[in-house]
Design a protein around this ligand. Sequence first.
Ligand SMILES: [Zn+2]
Length: 168
Amino acid sequence: MAGDEGGWETKQWKVITNTRAHCNSLASLGIRTCFRPCHTLRQTLVRLKDRTPLQQRAGVVYRIPCGTCSKVYIGQTGRTLEHRLKEHKRALTLGNTAQSAVAEHAVDQMHVINWNETKVVSCHPYYCQRCALEAWHIRTEHQTMNRDEGPLSSLYNPLIHRSRPSVV
Ligand SMILES: [Zn+2]
């Protein structure tokens, strides 16, 4: 309905996702507002789809611990963890240490990898961000099987070392 027809005043509402304080500020300027929360109970409680299990999610940063020593391997993949783990295990079975730092560690040190404790530590769909997350996780670990520390500026080191858990 148009605003001039039949003497009806048309009110337009604009949704701005701000705080109640912003609404009060606008009210002092004579602008009528109402408060609508950013997160509703419905958004929090209702999930129409089941979450994809982490093993089957694509674009992950993962952590594989050695079962014999305290070293861990931090890796990233754009595919699923399940797929990447098969590649690591195949490289170990075939003794192809060039294709997997995990296989290299297991073969060279004659250690047993604790595949069952493999965990997804971060998820990100974009390669560059995943590489940065991988580098972050490598530097938060005390000992790794990784061949390098990844492409993250050393400017982050003080921040990373602050978040690193202390050795018990
Ligand atoms: Zn080891």
